[in-house]
Design a protein around this ligand. Structure first.
Ligand SMILES: Cc1cc2nc3c(=O)[nH]c(=O)nc-3n(C[C@H](O)[C@H](O)[C@H](O)COP(=O)(O)O)c2cc1C
Ligand code: SF4
Length: 591
């Protein structure tokens, strides 16, 4: 083992910031990080043991105790549940003769749940040793079990088990017309760097990761810094349940995304960039690496790009299972070899980001749009969309409809989208993932735009057969699981919220419990350190506003004191929930 670790560390240049890469390699080789691995890692990377243990404990896909040689994780997003995931995982556990959450006694296989794996268009889905297994059925599970019991290497499994589709149903300005490699860069150099930044300003492009910050302004802030060592990071963490459009962009449009990063690097003067790829997208890693290599060969990356005296290269940095690492300041900690704890802001990454140097962090789709703007110019881009939300938005549509990727000009109504994706008898739509808003069927004239419904791209459709409280429960459990634990209001509040909601939905709650549910929600919203905690109660608050009767129906049948007014008590909770603009999710808290 010592030799193995020394080799990995040498390949990573003995750099402490490569800790996550080293730990991922050890985990893959030994199915956990054994005790005996600590000494060589501490010695070679000059890190204390306590730091290494805290990092392992932070990331869901790193373990101090052995997992099975075949480690299976079922995606637990609400759409996987709607597609029968619970029965499938139980079926698999029964067939393998193990308990969910445990490793089988022979050490061959382990089975557990994990947060949404970004396959909501082709669920129920799972991961095996990190690789995606979409479209699961009992037949596929039988096939998988056979392969496991026969101890066949994953590389020899039938390819169709790992086949991930793009499922693009509607294309627009971005997906329609592909840019050839080098086209955006040549346009940028021909026009001039300052002039291209000007085009970005005219385009009024706003970040596609959810917060909607003005992209040209972010790049300009970075340019304004005196410090010359600067970085570009592509946020490909895509952990919001229901979102999978970045997966598709990196699968089929990666050249353009990388070109957008390179245009950004040229403008801000960065020499180094990262694609921070969520661990659940391991299946994309080697193809992305090949695209980077090809671009180096074509002089579109590396030294003297397009003979313009500009040097820039990109590294892929894999996550290890942590939704919070999508938050830009937490993300930056990860390639520094640390736990993904969100930083205090300000300072913002544009002034003190990676290694405390000026850093632009943008979403995958933002970089793709930037490459487009470099080619067609800002005015042409701004012709599409609305005054405050220019261009198009990629939506990841899942749930009770034709699931997949749909590209729309900003300003499209929810109803138009529902018509396109053939949704029928719709009860409501969750827009922007669990941290976004639940829109009832009375509000389908609302628009996808930063001035109305802002979204990073998740659009989950629920028909009349669905129970809203099941949805709220799934989202609330998700946040409790993903809370990074750094601040008390979120660490304790998200877990209290989950317990309180379970009490009510299990039929053990009183009206006082609903009021308390609302109070915990306010605590989370108002006192949490980062966007995760500040939005974790949105599912409760938005549904309490719209459907107070659903909570009422769950209350235990008790006789109240004479004079006690149950309806008035519930109305108090509803009004308290109403008092807050629950639409203020990522759009505000993340800026
Ligand atoms: C809890 C949390 C999770 C987030 N996850 C993502 C993510 O997966 N991808 C993303 O691009 N932005 C995510 N964001 C937003 C980022 O912090 C940041 O605003 C974004 O990457 C900036 O890029 P943009 O300006 O191109 O949108 C998240 C924010 C929060 C608070
Ligand atoms: S709000 Fe939650 S996720 Fe954010 S820092 Fe606090 S504990 Fe961590």
């Amino acid at each position: 083992m010592k030799q193995f670790i020394e080799k990995i560390i040498a390949e990573n240049g003995f750099k402490a910031e490569r800790l996550l890469t080293v730990l991922r390699a050890v985990q893959t080789e030994y199915y956990h990080i054994p005790n005996t691995a600590f000494d060589p890692i501490c010695e070679q990377l000059k890190l204390p043991r306590s730091h290494i243990i805290s990092v392992i404990e932070f990331y869901s896909f790193l373990h101090l105790n052995p997992r099975g040689r075949y480690d299976i994780l079922f995606s637990d997003s609400i759409t996987d549940q709607m597609l029968g995931k619970q029965n499938l995982i139980q079926y698999m556990a029964d067939q393998l003769n193990l308990t969910i959450g445990e490793v089988r006694s022979d050490g061959l296989v382990s089975l557990d749940n994990t947060s949404c794996t970004g396959m909501c268009d082709q669920g129920p889905a799972a991961l095996i040793n990190g690789y995606a297994l979409p479209c699961l059925t009992t037949e596929r599970i039988d096939q998988i079990i056979k392969l496991i019991e026969q101890q066949i290497e994953l590389s020899e499994w039938p390819a169709e088990l790992f086949q991930v589709e793009d499922n693009i149903h509607k294309t627009g300005m971005l997906l329609d017309q592909t840019i050839t490699p080098g086209e955006a860069l040549n346009a940028t150099f021909d026009r001039g760097l300052a002039e291209t930044l000007s085009e970005m300003r005219h385009s009024k492009l706003r970040g596609r990761g959810g917060a909607g910050f003005d992209t040209s302004m972010k790049w300009q802030f970075c340019c304004n810094e005196i410090e010359q060592q600067r970085y570009v990071i592509c946020n490909a963490d895509e952990g919001e349940p229901g979102t999978f459009k970045d997966r598709v962009l990196l699968n089929s449009y990666a050249d353009q995304v990388i070109e957008g990063m390179t245009v950004c690097a040229a403008i801000i003067g960065a020499k180094q960039g990262f694609i921070y790829l969520r661990a659940e997208y391991l299946h994309l890693h080697s193809a992305l690496q090949t695209i980077l290599d090809n671009r180096r060969e074509k002089n579109l990356l590396g030294e003297n790009i397009c003979q313009q005296h500009i040097d820039f290269d990109i590294e892929i940095c894999m996550g290890a299972g942590a939704y919070i690492c999508g938050e830009e300041s937490a993300l930056i900690e990860s390639p520094e070899g640390k736990r993904g704890i969100p930083r205090n802001r300000p300072p913002y990454p544009v002034t003190q980001g990676y290694k405390n140097k000026p850093t632009v962090v943008d979403n995958v789709e933002t970089f793709m749009a930037a490459a487009k703007i470099a080619v067609i110019g800002g005015q042409a881009f701004a012709k599409t969309g609305t005054e405050k939300s220019t261009g198009t938005k990629l939506l990841s549509i899942s749930g009770d409809c034709q699931t997949g990727i749909y590209e729309y000009p900003f300003g499209v109504t929810v109803q138009d989208i529902l018509d396109d994706c053939q949704a029928e008898n719709v009860l409501g739509v969750q827009i922007g993932g669990p941290s976004g808003s639940f829109i009832s069927n009375q509000e389908f004239d609302r628009k996808i735009a930063f001035e109305d419904l802002a979204t990073g791209g998740s659009f989950i459709v629920f028909n009349n057969s669905r129970n809203i409280l099941d949805i709220v429960k799934n989202f609330t459990h998700f946040f409790a699981h993903e809370s990074c634990g750094f601040c008390t209001p979120c660490r304790v509040g998200s877990s209290l919220l989950q317990k309180q909601l379970d009490k009510i939905t299990d039929g053990h709650g009183s009206s006082g419990d609903v009021v308390e549910l609302e109070q915990i929600s306010q605590l989370l919203k108002n006192y949490s350190h980062c966007g995760l905690g500040q939005t974790a109660a949105n599912p409760v608050l938005t549904t309490l506003q719209r459907y107070p009767e659903l909570y009422q129906q769950q209350l235990k049948k008790i006789s109240y004191e004479p004079g006690f007014d149950l309806d008035a008590s519930l109305e108090t909770a509803r009004q308290m929930a109403n008092r807050n603009d629950t639409n203020a999710h990522l759009t505000q808290v993340d800026q």
